[in-house]
Design a protein around this ligand. Sequence first.
Ligand SMILES: Cc1cc2nc3c(=O)[nH]c(=O)nc-3n(C[C@H](O)[C@H](O)[C@H](O)COP(=O)(O)OP(=O)(O)OC[C@H]3O[C@@H](n4cnc5c(N)ncnc54)[C@H](O)[C@@H]3O)c2cc1C
Length: 383
Amino acid sequence: MMKKYDFIIVGAGILGLAHAYHALKKGKTVLMLEKNDKAMGASVRNFGQIVPSGFGCKWQSFGRDSLEIYQQIQSEYDIQVKREGSVYLASNEEELQLLTELQQINQSNDYPSKLLTAEECLAIYPMIHKNYCVAGLQFEQELKAEPMLTISLLTKYLVHILGMEIRYNTFITDIYSNDQAAIAFDSLGEKYIGEHLVLCTGDDFQTLYPWIYKKVDLELVKLQMLELIPQESFIRGNILTGWTIRRYESFQECPSFKDIKEKEDAQSLQRMYGIHLLFKQNIDGSVIVGDSHEYGKPDKISGLKLHESSDFINEFILHHASLILHLDMSVRRSWIGCYSQVRHDEIFNHRIDSRVRIVTGIGGKGMTASFGWAKAHFEELNP
Ligand SMILES: Cc1cc2nc3c(=O)[nH]c(=O)nc-3n(C[C@H](O)[C@H](O)[C@H](O)COP(=O)(O)OP(=O)(O)OC[C@H]3O[C@@H](n4cnc5c(N)ncnc54)[C@H](O)[C@@H]3O)c2cc1C
């Protein structure tokens, strides 16, 4: 007789792993099914910045739960997550105003942060250009990960320590459910039986339940990313800069945000291509720098040109990055990442029936918020 699992999870990205973690912690049996020979989506193409400070109040709390969970796992099994903190660097008085307001919001939320003078920023991050930085806001408790490695190690932790089963090269093309079970069929006709099925299939809207996605205001976001060659200097944690302060959701809750945004030139390249500058050093000393944001509808995917990057965007990113940090700007590799999001919602959480759920469209929040969000989701599912 075929084994019946408590949970079948389709997609081995961070949202799938986070759901598997909470199910396993509740003593459930879990089978994870991934169409490639390892996770290949946004979860292995990102910065690895685990930064709840970038979110508005509601999602910050999911991010804060994730910080705890990542550290709990790290204490049991090395997943290459490090607590080196984050800093937002203001380049002028307007951005400093937003940092000051965000700090007040965080104070009332009990989320510790520290305003740093330019000199204090330079003491911690000596590679900052003196004429860029007027102040910084530091979140010492935030984490950084090595996306490709962390996802692989997290998967190993779930398999070897918590007992998850996983099948790679298993492309789920059909789902059937009735009052007995949920059944997933792969492209070779194999079937997998579960009590519950959670689909965390990232930006694939064509294979499973495409008619459902047609009714949702989903979009795909293309990001251009660069990796600089290994650097001699050590860069602590996550560095986020002025254009990030002018973009991230947390700052949108600041009283001055609207007025400051209205003064910006909407035709500037950074506004038109959603460019802001983030830095994170990898364990081998290389540095990820990015990124840009271009938006497209899933049924007009060719317009996004996901197969190629625009040189002018990469050159613009590198030029402005070189005005912020003294680094060797030689590029070792570049890539494109893509995530899905819902235009007027925070995530796509859809119940097909009592056994089957779709969870996707977490946008740019996944590495930070998935563990915390999945924890709350499990409480709601109450399996
Ligand atoms: C360039 C970039 C930078 C980012 N930086 C950050 C950051 O620093 N911090 C942060 O918090 N977030 C960041 N994000 C966002 C984060 O990476 C995403 O929110 C998150 O990875 C989404 O995870 P997911 O599991 O939903 O999707 P994915 O990672 O795309 O995983 C989906 C998986 O499902 C599999 N799959 C799909 N269909 C099937 C099927 N039918 N059968 C079997 N398997 C299937 C895919 O192969 C894939 O492995 C960034 C994203 C990008 C693209």
